[in-house]
Design a protein around this ligand. Structure first.
Ligand SMILES: [Zn+2]
Length: 495
């Protein structure tokens, strides 16, 4: 797998009579070998294999069985079974219905694992010929907590600890957008429940959490929001879902005494229609300028880089790395050539014109040694750092952080509430992510971390000098106490 989300047991699954990408194709046939089925009903069956997707585990599960039930007016129910016994269904569902949460054990190559998941019957035709069944990710119930084992305390919380594979399942044709919204709600509800529990039951000074939902939603859907009412609706719904989660969390703290900060590390932008066809492939640009040399790998039929002839390669969202002899075993560029290659890369980026739009997508390209002007330095930063204009391909990652296009904006969100924080004010100054930690430390009288680089956000305070006044008061009080002690001394002999 080139990339993916590693879930503990399995990403979501789809069992269907329709040929859909990454799904399991089921064959419906007449029933055979079942026991305990009522005689007056009509049935069909299918066998399914639980094969894990995007997983570190290999499934060792025996086949499961699907029973299609005709209660009199066509097939209207689906039962899921681990053995052909009508009295032991995992769940029986109507079309469009979600199961309750299913807690069970699954056989994997690393032993039996306890999981929780839900099942939805997405499609069921009355003739029992068309069927689509969706399984949420098989969510692991242990192995992800720190301190180890704490996740066991979360086992029965509302919602579901679903990882994010389901956002793309709509694109695979597995589930409709309404089901995506339902899954988002399950995920946010679970996160909110965990937060509430920890805040109420554990001692804490600083609580922080992360909800990735907006990022995951915008990647597959941002270009559809304006075209499709249902997607627009789903966008609203996820904000409502996050808002509900937040509302629940805030109920478990003392809002008057607690500093609350909500922030995002970036926004998202749609891609200009014409740009969507061409994309932006940094390595193609470098190859055209001879900085990358490739050949066809005979075993896979795919292009592969010939490192012995390649001078630089694009990696991550916005970096180009130079194939330095002093740094890599396959390196070919001498240290003395470093800056010259940096210049060649920068020229290649600025020379590039998108063939469909006629636009220059590159907003800036900087040598690593100059990237300090945007706060970047250190071993892992690319030898060239570049940024694209907001309407270029992709939702975020390489778009410049001030970029705005269509309904989107790359600007992040920052909200603060608490003692000494202004109410209802909109701050004009630029807020950098690096400013958040020193601001928290300043407000809460905590020591700043060793590598802290940001500045205190004085403009969010009701009185930017409140610390100074606090200090002046302390000084005054100290003097008063000192004088009082001295005065007391003189009331009697001190010898
Ligand atoms: Zn993202």
């Amino acid at each position: 797998m080139e990339w993916g989300i590693k879930v503990d047991i399995s990403a979501d699954l789809c069992f269907t009579t329709e040929e859909l990408p990454q799904s399991y194709l089921i064959k419906i046939k007449n029933i055979e070998g079942w026991k305990n089925l009522p005689e007056e009903k009509e049935f069909k069956e299918a066998e399914i294999k639980i094969e894990f997707r995007w997983s570190d585990y290999i499934s060792k599960e025996k086949p499961w069985y699907i029973l299609l039930i005709n209660s009199g007016n066509g097939y209207d129910k689906v039962g899921i079974y681990r053995e052909k016994d009508g009295e032991k269904p995992i769940t029986i569902l109507k079309k469009g219905e979600w199961s309750e949460k299913i807690y069970t054990e699954i056989d994997t190559d690393k032993g039996r694992k306890r999981v929780v998941f839900k099942i939805k019957v997405v499609e069921l035709s009355p003739d029992g010929e068309n069927l689509k069944i969706y399984f949420t990710p098989l969510c692991s119930l242990s192995g992800f907590g720190f301190p180890s084992g704490i996740e066991k305390e979360f086992e029965n919380f509302n919602g579901l600890p679903v990882p994010c594979s389901f956002y793309t399942s709509n694109r695979l044709g597995w589930i409709d957008i309404e089901t995506v919204s339902e899954l988002i709600d399950l995920q946010n509800e679970y996160l909110g429940e965990c937060a509430k529990y920890l805040l109420k039951n554990k001692e804490w000074d600083l609580f922080f959490m992360h909800a990735h939902c907006p990022d995951h939603f915008y990647h597959p859907f941002i270009n559809e929001i304006e075209k499709d009412k249902k997607v627009e609706e789903a966008e609203k719904k996820f904000y409502i879902s996050l808002d509900n989660m937040l509302g629940e969390i805030l109920k478990s703290i003392d809002e008057e005494k607690t500093l609350i900060i909500i922030t995002s590390d970036h926004g998202a932008v749609p891609t200009q229609e014409e740009y969507r066809e061409t994309g932006f492939d940094i390595n193609k640009i470098l190859e055209e300028k001879g900085l990358i040399v490739t050949e066809i790998d005979e075993s896979t039929g795919k292009k592969k880089i010939i490192w012995e002839k390649t001078k630089a390669v694009g990696k991550l969202s916005c970096y180009v790395y130079i194939n330095l002899k002093s740094k890599y075993s396959h390196g070919i560029v001498e240290d003395r050539e470093y800056e010259e290659i940096q210049n060649q890369i920068i020229n290649a980026l600025y020379d590039y014109t998108d063939p469909k739009t006629g636009k220059k997508p590159v907003a800036f390209a900087l040598k690593k040694q100059d990237a300090r002007i945007i706060g970047l330095y250190g071993d892992r930063v690319g030898d060239v750092v570049y940024g694209l204009y907001p309407e270029t391909p992709g939702e975020h990652g390489r778009q410049i952080t001030t970029g705005e296009y269509g309904i989107g904006s790359m600007k992040g969100l920052f909200i603060a509430k608490g003692p000494n924080i202004k109410r209802g004010a909109i701050i004009e100054r630029t807020i950098w992510l690096t400013d958040i930690v020193p601001t928290i430390c300043y407000l809460l009288d905590l020591p700043v971390p060793k590598d802290c680089e940001g500045a205190v956000l004085y403009q969010i305070f009701q009185d930017p000098d409140f610390k100074l006044k606090e200090f002046e008061n302390l000084k005054k009080n100290y003097e008063r106490v000192k004088k009082a002690i001295e005065a007391e001394k003189h009331l009697t002999h001190n010898y």
